[in-house]
Structure formats: C-alpha cells, structure tokens
Design a protein around this ligand. Structure first.
Ligand code: ADP
Length: 476
C-alpha cells in the first residue's frame, strides 16, 4: 500500500482507498493509505516539534530546498504529468503543463525566501527606530481539492516552507498518487523530519482534525463554498489564521465589436478545457444581441469538433469528468436547465468511448436568464450558458449579479468598454480578450464575495498569509 508521511516516516494508514483512472475504470492506479484522526494528530505534533528548528533554519537552506524541489518536478514533468492525467482526467498537455507550473512555483518561492520583506524607519519619537519584520506563523494546515492535484498544493506548500512554517498537507482523497509523488520529492529535497507531513484521508476525519486542532496556527483551503465555510467557522472559533479559495460562476462578456475568433477561442478554453472543472471556468457567456447568433453558431461548431476521449491519448482535447458523483451532478444540472426552460444547442449527455470512463459531451445552453439555477450555482463540469443581453451596460450588470467574484472576462475591441469593465467588474481577476482561466504564479490569485476569504495567494502577496508581522521599537 502507498503510505503517508508523518514525522519523517512513511506509515501505513488505518484504511485504504483505491485510486481509479476516470478515463478507464478498469485501470486502478493503486491503493493509497487513508489516515485517521490519530495519525493526523501525530502529523500535527510532528510539525509542531519541527517548527522552532525550521523557523531558525536560515533562508539559504529554505531557498536551496525549494529550488531542489522545483528542479526535480521540472525534470520529471512527463512522468508526473502523465500520472496526474491518469489520475484526475485532464489531458496530457494539461497534466504536464500543470506539473511545470508547480515546478515554477517552487522556483519562484525559492527566490522569495531570500526576499522576505521588512522595513526600518524612524519612529515619530526622536531617537527611536521602528522596525517591521515578518516571522513564520508556525504550523500550517493545507487542505486541497482534486482539480489541480499538483499546482494548488505547490502554491500553498512552497510559500509555507519559504516563510519558515511547517506543514500538514491533506490532499483530496481522489488524487492521492500525485500527492504522494509530490511528497516524495519534497522529502527527498532534504527537509528535516516533521517539517512537511502528508496525511491523505477524508474531509471528515483528517480535514476536520486539522481545522479544529489548537496546534495548527493557520489553515489554507481550496474547495467548495460549503466546506470552505465550515473551515472558516472552525478556525474562527479558535482564532486561527485562515485563507479560503472556493467557487466561481465566472462571466465572459462578448460584445458586438469583439473579434469573433478570439471570443470563440476564449469561450472554448475558458468553459471546456480541463473538462470545465476549474474554479475560474467561464460558465456564463454574456453576449450582446448583435453578435449573439454568429457567436453561438461558431462556438457550437467548435464544440462539436472537440475530441472528448481518454486523457492519455495524444489527440484528446477534453478528458473525462473526474468521478461518478461529479458526472451525476453535471447531468442533474442538465435536467435542471431543461426544466428551467433553457435550450440545449449541443451536448447534454454522457458519451461512450472505447474505454469505460466518465465522459460527457461539452454542453451549451442558450436562451437562459441570469436568474436560472444553472447561472447561479457552480456546476463544475463541461457546461456553459449563453445569456443574451442588449448592450454593454446590461452585460456588466449581469456579469456582476452573482454571489461569486473570482474571475471575469470581456472580449471587445473597444478600449473604453475594456477599461470600464476592468474598473467595475466585481471579480478579483479580470481578463480582456483572454479566457477567464489561466493565471500566472507571480501575481496575486483570488476573488471576492463567496469566492474567497482572507489574504491573496501566489506571487509576493503570499507573504501576508504565511507570515506574521512584528513591529519592534528601539531607543538607543
Ligand atoms: P471538492 O468538491 O473540490 O472536492 P470539497 O470542499 O468537498 O470540494 O473538498 C475540498 C477539500 O476539503 C478536500 O481535500 C476535502 O477532503 C476537504 N474537506 C471536505 N470536508 C471537510 C471538512 N469538513 N473539513 C475540512 N476539510 C474538508
């Protein structure tokens, strides 16, 4: 059985989970150890014990370790990317691309470890100096979803280690193989025992044990809104630091003056790549009436040409849905949309392929209104809705009329509308003539409203969550 990493030892779990390839249900990747509450407590205790020595380890050691991890991930991108695609179902280029991103994130934070910010300025009292420094928070609990099995763990673990924290990492139970491969690389880079711990397991056992432990100083979570709110309540009750990245219902506006080719490609990429299983996916296509019919016709044509198949086949453009329960949820929303009066132009059903997997045809709803459930709730599948609007003003109002606020996009050749949208979109990330998904690692990632809570992730912004400010005064 594949194991968990606790206090520097690879240990058996209390149970095992079979890791199944969603492209081919006859392919089992392996049986992975599931930790329980007690093992989670052991991992937390190990991280606590290791905290003071890691805190004082020195920035060169941290930079070197992170750099080695990044180098190893990049050197093994084909192998790791293939494992990721086999386990999660995104296409091979996407799996390898995500792996490269994870390597780049570790390299970036290797540099950031050497640039921990601080200031030294005069106090308003003559002769007194004020110094602002950053210190590690302590033990960080990291809880991640299945849709980016290596990139999201990387963008949480790398800054946690860079700023001198120790880590208890709980990946989603659907993607234990990628998590374990990453943990092996991290361990192999020469970290002292206990600085980094892996506990694969369920949210109820392992996740809740991390959230409620008084020994965990901060929790960084990415996942659903409902779970994120539970994490928020659990951490708030004991005043732990918390950072949440949750869902999206991201609008992509297409204006009459848009370049049609760019708009269609933005929609194809934003709505359907990674099987639509991205919190930044463009699930609401808000289209002005002058371009509406041409846009829908061209988009439908492109969607029907997309190759939906086994993630590991080179010609595949859209892999399977991740598992049976997610596929069931996607199909349920197809029924909900139909019952609400939306029109299905293409897709709307499960499809069969050579191997038995969770395949679904990319689906486009038209004649939808923004008040329908399919436009209010995150579906997390290869499904998008077109909402027809009169003009830019209505498009902006519809785009912002959502409980979410992660990402938004506009396709237009008008500088005036692009500039206005950048300013008035109520999302944390705004794209002009680009897909709503696909963000860089050296700038902040995060949203507003129900999408996010707490300091931003990635780039230099990560220092805010993964460190604690100290203000010192000296009179000498
Ligand atoms: P997703 O639909 O992306 O799996 P979830 O919010 O269910 O979103 O899961 C995200 C992560 O949170 C997973 O690692 C999951 O195991 C974990 N999790 C689920 N429930 C809880 C909980 N009550 N407390 C802490 N973590 C949880």
């Amino acid at each position: 059985m594949n194991k968990n990493l606790i206090a520097g030892d690879w240990v058996e779990g209390s149970a095992a989970v079979a890791d199944i390839n969603p492209s081919d249900l006859s392919d089992t990747i392996g049986d992975f150890a599931m930790a329980d509450k007690d093992q989670t407590q052991e991992a937390i205790a190990a991280a606590r014990d290791a905290a003071s020595s890691w805190r004082d380890s020195g920035i060169q050691q941290r930079a070197d370790v992170l750099d080695r991890i990044g180098t190893e991930i990049l050197a093994r991108k084909e192998e790791l990317g293939t494992l990721l695609s086999r386990e999660e179902g995104k296409t091979l280029p996407e799996g390898i691309g995500e792996t490269v991103r994870a390597g780049q994130v570790f390299k970036f934070f290797a540099g950031e470890a050497l640039r921990i910010p601080g200031t030294n300025i005069d106090s308003v009292r003559p002769g007194v100096t004020a110094e602002v420094t950053r210190e590690p928070v302590g033990v960080v609990g990291i809880i991640t979803p299945w849709n980016f099995p290596i990139a999201i763990p990387a963008w949480k673990i790398a800054p946690a280690l860079a700023y001198g924290n120790t880590v208890v990492f709980k990946p989603a139970a659907l993607v234990p193989a990628t998590a374990q491969a990453l943990a092996q690389i991290i361990e192999g880079a020469g970290l002292p025992a206990g600085v980094f711990n892996l506990v694969t397991g369920s949210g109820k056992e392992v996740g809740e044990a991390i959230v409620s432990s008084p020994q965990v100083d901060a929790v960084s979570f990415t996942g659903s809104v409902a779970t994120g709110r539970a994490v928020l309540v659990g951490t708030a009750a004991r005043q732990a630091k918390v950072q949440l990245e949750m869902g999206g219902k991201n609008p992509l506006i297409v204006l009459d003056d848009a370049d049609l080719d760019i708009a269609v490609e933005c929609a194809i990429n934003g709505a359907f790549y990674s099987t639509g299983q991205r919190c930044t996916a463009s699930s609401r296509l808000v289209v002005t009436q002058g371009i509406h019919d041409r846009f829908v016709a061209r988009l439908t044509e492109r969607m029907e040409a997309l190759v939906v198949d086994n993630a590991l086949k080179p010609e595949t453009q859209i892999g399977p849905v991740v598992d049976e329960s997610q596929l069931g949820q996607d199909l349920e929303y197809i029924d909900i949309g139909r019952a609400e009066g939306a029109n299905i132009v293409t897709g709307g059903a499960r499809v069969e392929r050579e191997a038995n997997g969770f395949y679904m045809a990319p689906t486009l709803f038209t004649e939808t209104s923004n008040s329908m459930r399919i436009n209010r709730e995150e579906i997390f599948g290869p499904i998008a809705s077109v909402i027809r609007v009169r003009d830019y003003d209505e498009a902006l109002a519809v785009a912002n009329d959502t409980d979410f606020g992660l990402s938004s996009g506009i396709c237009t050749t008008s500088l005036k509308h692009a500039s206005h949208f950048k300013r008035y979109s109520s999302a944390g990330m705004v794209m002009v003539n680009l897909p709503t998904a696909g963000v860089d690692y050296h700038v902040p990632f995060g949203g507003r409203k129900s999408s996010s809570f707490g300091p931003r992730e990635q780039g230099p912004a990560a220092v805010e969550f993964y460190s604690s400010t100290k203000t010192s005064y000296v009179y000498a």
